[in-house]
Design a binder for this molecule. Structure first.
Ligand SMILES: [Zn+2]
Length: 77
């Protein structure tokens, strides 16, 4: 085996390894984008009586607590 053939094998090995790493990163990026959760527009409510935290539709101004039934205003940060 000559030195030229050996260097070609090493080049092919490194190229194949880099190609595999590139394809793995591409696959990982596609999977991350597919399963990336979208931010929700739902309002967050925190019950003033039992401190239960729940969400409701963005169009609702006041929501009833599913735990104790108390009406609550949306929670603001
Ligand atoms: Zn409650």
């Amino acid at each position: 085996m000559t030195a030229s053939t050996l260097s070609h094998w090493i080049l092919a090995y490194v190229t194949l390894l880099l190609l595999i790493i590139f394809l793995c990163s591409l696959y990982s990026e596609v999977r991350r984008r597919r399963f990336d959760p979208r931010p929700s527009d739902d309002r967050i409510f925190r019950c003033r009586d039992c401190a239960y935290v729940y969400t409701d539709d963005p169009t609702v101004d006041r929501a009833r607590c599913p735990h104790c039934g108390c009406m609550n205003d949306p929670f603001s940060f």
